[in-house]
Write a protein that binds this ligand. Structure first.
Ligand code: NAP
Ligand code: 8YV
Length: 321
């Protein structure tokens, strides 16, 4: 067997394709949750790469003195303190682009499920209520004629926008920087956009700046016909304010794939008929998760073979040469 490229830690749960493929070229150390004092210090000292799904706790930086690269399974890398990684010269990578289509498809499905209550209609059939009680009740909302504001028009947001075009809805977007050459209205202010549109779709990253930006003021601006869809990060939502807005009729409905404290979706949300909930599955198909797994592995192989990675995050750029 050829010599291994180095030692990589896989802490906690990750798509099984990642450790399977890594094991062909690396010594792989697995840990149930975290690199702990149970692992031999000599092994901890050998670890130069981490394949991560979820959170990289800050105390791990000290436990792994020779760490060089953290390859995150997911385009969102809010589980890693990139400033701390950059300070220590550690490169962080993510999995952009390979999941754009899947996540955009899910956003559209979640929007339709929310306004048309299609999951509830299917449950009606499965429970025999069509036969016993008659047709599923008409739903109050429709996608037809809506004015959609996309919050975050990056790689995924652009795909959501292009999928919305054939639905003949009006499309606007909010980002900090306007995008050139797009046929959608840019709003410099989230509140100003919420006042004009009746549907918000968020595909924002989880950052300090986006923390709980969907608050009572934004839901009030969105108004009583308003539908809020989130496939970005749950940390961008003040969930108490969302629950209050749904309860009071301040907005008309919500569709959520992500939550503030996953997997703890607030119990109150389960009670609303005008809410559609998914357990963070926007990228969860075998082909897309395989592509994400391959990118994690190829970033690590690139680093250890050539000192290069395919997809570094902007906070930890790799200097060439
Ligand atoms: P991206 O290409 O970096 O796009 C991010 C967009 O958000 C950009 O348009 C950016 O524009 C905007 N943005 C960032 N900070 C903002 C702020 N403070 N205010 C307003 N706009 C802001 O990222 P992506 O690949 O599309 O992914 C976006 C996020 O989706 C990921 O970070 C991840 O959290 C989430 N995601 C979720 C799932 C899921 O399973 N539900 C799957 C994949 C991704 P400006 O920089 O001009 O503001
Ligand atoms: C994944 C995601 O479900 O890419 C992201 O940012 O949120 C999802 O694709 C997640 O990263 C895997 O745990």
């Amino acid at each position: 067997m050829s010599e291994k490229l180095g030692t990589v830690l896989v802490p906690g749960r990750i798509n099984p394709r990642v450790p399977e493929q890594l094991a062909q070229v690396f010594e792989v150390v697995t840990a149930s949750q975290a690199p702990s004092a149970d692992i031999d210090p000599a092994v901890l000292a050998r670890i130069r790469g981490v394949a991560l799904s979820g959170k990289f706790a800050n105390e791990w930086f000290d436990l792994l003195p020779n760490l060089q690269v953290i390859a995150n399974f997911g385009v969102g890398y809010d589980g890693v303190d990139t400033a701390k990684a950059a300070e220590r010269g550690i490169v962080v990578t993510n999995t952009p682009d390979v999941l754009n289509d899947e996540v955009a498809d899910t956003a559209i499905a979640l929007l339709l499920n929310t306004v048309r209550r299609l999951p509830q209609a299917e449950t009606w059939l499965r429970e025999g209520r069509w036969k016993s009680e008659g047709p599923f009740p008409l739903v109050p909302l429709s996608l037809k004629g809506r004015h959609v504001g996309i919050v975050g028009l990056g790689r995924i947001g652009r795909e959501i926008a292009s999928r919305l075009e054939p639905f003949k809805v009006r499309i606007g977007y909010h980002t900090r920087t306007p995008r050139e050459g797009l046929p959608y209205t840019h709003y410099a202010s989230l509140k100003a956009m919420a006042e004009e549109v009746d549907t918000l779709i968020s595909v924002l990253p989880g950052t300090a700046e986006t923390h709980r930006i969907f608050n009572a003021e934004i839901f009030s601006a969105l108004g009583p016909e308003g539908v809020f869809i989130n496939v970005g990060r749950g940390t961008s939502v003040d969930e108490d304010a969302l629950i209050a807005a749904l309860r009071s009729g301040t907005i008309a409905g919500a569709g959520l794939d992500v939550f503030y404290d996953e997997p703890n979706a607030p119990a109150e949300l389960l009670e609303f008929p005008n809410v559609s909930l998914l357990p963070h599955v926007a990228s969860a198909s075998v082909p897309t998760r395989n592509a994400m797994a391959d990118l994690v592995v190829n970033n690590l192989i690139g680093w250890f073979r050539e000192g290069q990675v395919l997809t570094p995050v902007p906070e930890t750029p790799v200097r060439r040469g």
